[in-house]
Design a protein. Structure first.
Length: 568
């Protein structure tokens, strides 16, 4: 607010100093220098300093557009309905539809995002498409350990799907108490007889059982364990449809296209290898995952050969097992991992344990089996480094929070989530020293109730201390993101955090390429490549160079397309 002449006159009479006074100016200069000095510690300080003129201009334009949208789109005005909650940084599920209409979205969508480093494969497929596949693929049957009768059954009772070459007996209904446990009913029959609206109702219900709704995510006061219970129930249902060869092939092909269109050129997927995989037309599941990897590789190669995939470098898999398993099952799973790695060395790039961190076994409890795995990998001469989830929790010094110590001590190359890392000053120094990247998943953390909005997220506490981070989408389909890719997560942090800016986003995209597991490397080679970055001589340096070229072109586009945003 500019004071009136009368106010100024009054202030001078009272002896109140003015902003123009030299000693106030001196204070302000000192203030600015302090901010600048602190900004030098930020994660993007080097990137910011070395940006081209065009990139600087693009940064400026993006910040102008962001500011305009903060007041025009994200502040409650007369145009919005009364019941709409709107403020800058509003929670993701509330903001989602509106964010997709903004100029900032258009810009972020086009940005070269580098690599996607933290994404659970089975939680990424467009669920409507997956359901269509289940209906269109011959032989898909539904079964359940007990008939589905009550409201509660529809909400939480288990059921699954599988391919079967034997046509089912049409007389039985899974919705009637006469249903015999586990007998197979073809999906068309089950849908047609669905008591709440036939096939349309069935499709809607099934989709609802494979994802978290906006409603689920609003109830932050119900806490983390409650949402994880719902979240965990989705995976067996999805997996039972997805991991049948023809369905998996068409879903993967489509998903790779979505990722490439979003500016992603490489993916390190994760999947929990606890699912049954069936080849096309085969009733019995495979006893190992070699066939799965054959098809995984085949579809990636086929995609790369299309026009759409011509710039896609590829994808690999971080093998994961469930952290709540007893040792025996974990060891069996590790053996399967090594068998698959020997058959498809180029497709498996790492190992991790997943599932709710608070409820599962802490890494400290898994140390003996993890050492066993290290020993066997060395004996078999296979390179399967650790990429652990750690600190995806709200604990402060509890055993889940302490997973961060073990992840680092066990030589993890990146940390999945690291949400609670901001409480550990010594570990922050260590991850910087050891060049460990944090795979941050801001929207996932919101939906799974660690932070209620981006404003409450721990990400800025890490970035301000110069920790290297990449942004990731974790489980886009199950979390209800509605679209695959990284645009939502990128948009969310750009709009929500003042200090981010295009240079912050770009630094995280550059990091994602730098920390990609493009090829098997010993720890020393991995470290050397990360440290030398674009100055190196290998595949990583080349891909980093390509990312810089893409980013420069993108900045040119921003400057051309949105020049008038800064003129008026
Ligand atoms: O954010 C996460 N943290 C830990 N585990 C997860 C997360 N998202 C998915 N999964 C786990 O990954 C498996 C599917 O591949 C599921 O078991 C799920 O619990």
């Amino acid at each position: 607010m500019t004071p009136s002449d009368k106010d100024i006159e009054w202030e001078l009479e009272e002896g109140i100093p003015q902003f123009e006074d030299p000693f106030i100016q001196k204070y302000l200069n000192g203030r600015e220098a302090l901010i600048e000095q602190e900004h030098k510690k930020r994660h993007d300080a080097t990137f910011y300093k070395s940006m081209s003129t065009v990139a600087q201009e693009a940064c400026h334009i993006v910040s102008v557009i962001r500011n305009k949208e903060l007041s025009q789109v994200w502040t409650k005005g007369e145009d919005w309905p009364d019941d709409e909650l709107l403020y800058p940084g509003v929670m993701f599920t509330v903001a989602r539809k509106r964010m997709e209409q903004t100029k900032l979205w258009k810009i972020v969508e086009r940005m070269p995002k580098g690599s996607l480093l933290h994404a659970h494969l089975d939680a990424m497929f467009d669920l409507d498409f997956l359901i269509d596949q289940a209906f269109e693929t011959p032989g898909i049957h539904m079964s359940a350990p007990a008939p589905l009768l009550t409201k509660q059954d529809f909400e939480i009772a288990p059921f699954s799907f599988q391919y079967s070459s034997t046509p089912s007996d049409d007389k039985e209904s899974i919705w009637a108490k006469e249903y015999q446990a586990s007998s197979l009913i073809n999906i068309q029959g089950a849908a047609a007889t669905f008591p709440n609206g036939g096939e349309d109702g069935f499709r809607k219900w099934l989709k609802g059982r494979m994802m978290l709704s906006a409603e689920h995510s609003y109830y932050h006061h119900h806490g983390v364990n409650a949402i994880w219970e719902i979240f965990q129930r989705t995976f067996p249902i999805i997996g039972s449809i997805l991991f049948y060869e023809p369905i998996f092939r068409s879903c993967l092909r489509r998903m790779l296209g979505e990722l490439a269109r979003d500016g992603i050129r490489y993916v390190d997927f994760r999947t929990a290898f606890v699912f049954e995989y069936r080849q096309q037309g085969v009733d019995t599941p495979e006893k190992d995952y070699i066939e799965f990897f054959r098809v995984f590789k085949d579809e990636i190669e086929k995609f790369k050969a299309t026009e759409e995939g011509s710039r896609f470098y590829g994808a690999r898999m971080i093998w994961t097992t469930l952290r709540f398993f007893p040792n025996k099952e974990i060891i069996e799973n590790m053996k399967q991992c090594i068998i698959a790695k020997q058959a498809y060395p180029d497709m498996i790039c790492g190992f991790d344990v997943v599932g709710q961190e608070d409820k599962g076994r802490p890494l400290a409890d898994l140390i003996p089996v993890l050492f066993w795995f290290r020993k066997v990998c060395a004996e078999e001469a296979v390179e399967i480094p650790f990429f652990f989830h750690a600190g995806e929790c709200l604990g402060d010094g509890d055993e889940t929070d302490e997973n961060l110590y073990d992840a680092i001590l066990l030589g993890t190359r990146r940390i999945g989530h690291g949400y609670s890392l901001f409480k550990h000053p010594l570990l922050i120094d260590l991850v910087k020293e050891k060049k460990i990247l944090i795979e941050c998943c801001p929207i996932s953390n919101e939906i799974l109730r660690l932070s209620s909005t981006i404003k409450h997220h721990s990400l800025p506490a890490l970035l301000s201390r110069g920790v290297s981070v990449s942004l990731n989408n974790d489980d886009p389909a199950v979390l209800g993101t509605g679209k695959n890719g990284l645009t939502h997560d990128f948009w969310q942090v750009l709009q929500g955090l003042e200090n981010m800016g295009l240079s912050g986003l770009a630094t995280m995209a550059e990091n994602s390429v730098r920390w990609s597991c493009f090829e098997d490397q010993k720890a020393t080679e991995w470290q050397a490549d990360i440290r030398s970055g674009i100055m190196g001589s290998g595949m990583k340096a080349k891909r980093l160079q390509e990312w810089y070229e893409d980013f420069e072109k993108f900045c040119q586009w921003v400057v051309l397309e949105f020049a008038d945003e800064v003129e008026d």
